[in-house]
Design a protein around this ligand. Sequence first.
Ligand code: ATP
Length: 445
Amino acid sequence: MNEQPGGPYPDLPYPDLMDRVVNLAKRRGFIFPSAEIYGGFRSTYDYGPLGVLMLRNVKDAWWRAMVQLRDDVVGIDAAILSSPKIWEASGHLANFTDPLVDCRHCHERWRADKIEGSCPNCGSTDLTEPRAFNLMFKTYAGPVEEDATVAYLRPETAQGMFVNFMNVLTTTRKKPPFGIAQVGKSFRNEITPQNFVFRTREFEQMEMEYFVPPDEADTWFHYWLDERMAWYLGLGIPEGKLRLRHHEADELSHYSAATADVEFHFPWGWDELEGIANRTDFDLKAHAEHSGERLEYFDQASGERYVPYVIEPAAGATRTMMAFLLAAYDEDEIGGERRTVLHLDPRLAPYQAAVLPLSKNDALVPLSREVLGLLQPVAVCDFDVTQSIGRRYRRQDEVGTPYCVTVDFESLEDRAVTVRDRDTTEQVRVPIDRVAEELAGRLRR
Ligand code: ATP
């Protein structure tokens, strides 16, 4: 985490942006503290009606770019509950640790590498020596709590791709360069979860392992750096809030020949959204050695047999969703009235459209429902009849809905509706029988 000269967020119009976004997320049903009626539970979060839509959109946008629009990447969905043998081979049992220190004064625990010699809680410098703390959640598969049944919740999705390498190779007949992608939950017993959903113990990852001939690894590493930066920028993260940071040699993980992080300018400074690593042949070789299976590619044309190198773009879905929210947040003035608006890309917004009858009038509501029925196949829609139309526009702006479709008394006469644009607030009249097509056209990119 590096801070910019001149303060953590010099160009920020709202010094308390983080509070505003956390507040909005709670108030509008994006993200709730988990088990809130019991006082919350250890930095866990639940995704509410709008959050589940947005998080799904983030994951879908990733899947679309990484799998659907390519012919060299396939997906899998591996088990979360996993054998200790996987984590022994991968090095996680021995190495997946953070240095833990205790404050002798207030007894808080901290990650030694994230604090500067004194307790962030009470300021005491009387700290214990750091000791290695393994971040994996351990549990028992089966009714008897004994060593034979120990299992781990996966701390990353990546190993699912390595242990299925031969299964995928033989069932899809892919040849390097090709990739295996996965989106799903991972668990880490973080010492200090913090900053809302930036660092939590349960989170979602979007990872892809791209298997390449060893002599092409460097080229593909750079290819994926460009692709991944373009993905964030294409979905609306401003250029000034995104950067690539290459790791120094002494910062590299035990398996990595090169790593760069995609970093976002969070309210507390630059921090990681995604790590892109050249993992070499470390993982396939480790699993081959531990399992006794051959994990190699045999090139029939050349008769050559080799262990591919792996380029891994590893992103966090929940962390990325938070970055999209922070980047989209704005407050402005429309017609002399202040509003909060999320300038989310329509592909990420929880609702792509809201259908709003001008009033609760008996004739307007059925026609509005007809419009809703036409739009639902092309867009995720909200339907809102309560309060004044101005208030309802504000409510939709605040959750990032790009289009409001208003059904008014004229609609009963001319069978047309008004489509309002969230960002420009411009309104156009569109015939009801063309509104689905019009919206689909606007949403298509
Ligand atoms: P950090 O240094 O922040 O602990 P990491 O380098 O260990 O992260 P990776 O193992 O590279 O992270 O995981 C890939 C991505 O998964 C990260 O870039 C991040 O977006 C996400 N991620 C990792 N740990 C967490 C967490 N505890 N909560 C939310 N997202 C996480």
